[in-house]
Design a protein around this ligand. Structure first.
Ligand code: GDP
Length: 433
């Protein structure tokens, strides 16, 4: 989906605005260690148009110099990656030098920029806001973070300015996205597969590379490998590289059928990897976990099992995910990784006949009916798979709202027992009959 970035000085109200639009649990927080700064992104929609919203910068401790450098970087990130930019300023403080600097950067941008004056909650302040014309960005919008007024008009304009069509070309072929943290070995993995150095792989974080899709044929099966290792700009700071890679991952995941989540065996399934995993899960994508650099791990007969167990603990309750131990360097199991991804793709596109489903589930539900709720009995009449790209099952019954999550999970587990949905999120819905 399209990306809208919010930029501006600290404390002008960016995060309040962000939180208003993104439900908390949907937001991914990218906490950069060592610096008091969070970056947030999440998905939302307005007028039926979906977009990802990114609050590129929070609060930085330090001198004004650091502030300025920091804000320049935010704006550069936004210019590089976003489809539209919201530049937020504060009517209380009026135009500041830093606002002028940001405006200077944004005036040269060939993307829709929305100047938003925050904290305009009375007529006097609405008058004061005119001084922001001085920034040379033209018309501005006024909002009041505390009560949300003005937000609707702003969003109408923002979504109207977003490109209708994705610039990513959608191919008919299944898309396997190779995602993960920088230096996990994504490019090395792809290089190993295609048997040539398509990408320059180096030890230096931030090597300039471009994201490329590679058409690939294996096991009589054609698909696109989507590389997210590409970093457009040489980044001065390591955190930025991380952030770029997460943003790349967001896009790649949204367009993928199956995500190959590459992690560095020495670093493990850490917070950032977990973010990417849950992002893929929430987007209902197929997932294969590739534990790379396995050649570097000192092994005994139980290393693999223990490593696997630790990962499954982190991804509970969605534990039905294949984990393949690979080495992009020695090419160990790299074809196994692809074979597994193909299987996951097939699981994800699998369609189960309504008659088969009902033959299995009606007797089962009769033996294990949903628990009565407030003295009422739920009767499930029949089951069918919905015609969606990913597995979704509707259970038709008299009182859908009385069926709670534990029972839905029970049904999901039974679906997984009877049909192979390894690596694929399965959705169970209760529908009114
Ligand atoms: P990317 O940022 O995820 O694309 O990571 P790269 O492919 O650039 O790899 C980062 C570093 O890890 C490079 O120095 C690679 O040579 C090294 N590397 C990648 N895969 C392996 C592996 O399987 N084993 C070992 N020992 N090193 C690896």
């Amino acid at each position: 989906s399209n990306i809208v970035a919010i930029v501006g000085r600290p404390n002008v109200g960016k995060s309040t605005f962000f939180n208003r639009l993104i439900q908390r649990r949907e937001a991914i927080v990218d906490a950069v260690s060592g610096v008091t700064r969070d970056r947030h992104y999440g998905k939302t929609d307005w007028n039926g148009k979906e977009f990802s919203l990114i609050d590129t910068g929070g609060y930085v401790v330090g001198s004004d110099d650091i502030f300025e450098a920091e804000i320049d970087k935010q704006v550069e990130l936004a210019i590089d990656e976003a489809d539209a930019i919201i530049f937020m300023v504060d009517v209380e403080s009026g135009v500041t030098g830093m606002d002028e600097d940001v405006a200077n950067l944004l005036r040269r941008v060939d993307k829709p920029v929305f100047l938003v004056v925050n904290k305009v909650d009375n007529a006097k302040r609405a008058e004061d806001a005119v001084e922001f014309y001085a920034l040379g960005l033209g018309e501005y919008y006024t909002v009041a973070g505390i009560n949300g007024s003005g937000t609707g008009d702003l969003l109408d304009a923002v979504v109207a300015a977003l490109p209708e069509k994705e610039e990513v070309e959608e191919s008919e072929l299944p898309r396997f996205a190779v995602v993960g943290r920088p230096n996990a070995g994504k490019s090395s993995f792809i290089n190993a597969l295609i048997g040539e150095d398509r990408y320059i792989v180096t030890d230096i974080a931030g090597t300039t590379r471009d994201a490329i899709d590679t058409k690939y044929n294996r096991f009589g099966f054609e698909f696109n490998l989507v590389d997210t290792a590409g970093i457009r700009r040489k980044s001065k700071v390591k955190e930025d590289l991380e952030f770029y890679s997460v943003m790349r991952s967001v896009r790649a995941i949204e367009h993928a059928d199956v995500c190959l989540l590459v992690l560095d065996a020495n670093r493990g399934f850490d917070g950032q990897v977990q973010n990417i995993f849950w992002l893929a899960e929430r987007n209902r994508k197929g997932i294969v976990i590739l534990v790379n650099k396995w050649d570097l791990v000192e092994k005994d007969h139980k290393s693999t099992k223990e490593y696997e167990k630790a990962i499954r603990k982190q991804i509970a309750p969605f534990t039905d995910v294949p984990i393949v131990f690979i080495s992009a360097m020695t090419k160990q199991r790299i074809y196994k990784a692809i074979e597994t991804a193909v299987e996951v793709y097939q699981n994800r596109t699998k369609k189960i006949k309504t008659s088969t489903l009902n033959e299995i589930f009606l007797p089962l539900i009769e033996n294990y009916p949903p628990p009565a709720y407030k003295g009422k009995f739920v009767k499930i009449k029949y089951v069918m798979q919905l015609p969606t790209p990913q597995p979704q099952f509707a259970f038709f019954c008299n009182l859908p709202q009385y069926v709670k999550d534990p029972y839905k999970r029970f049904l999901e587990n039974k679906l997984r027992e009877h049909f192979d949905f390894t690596g694929v999120p399965v959705s169970v819905y209760m529908r009114k009959k």
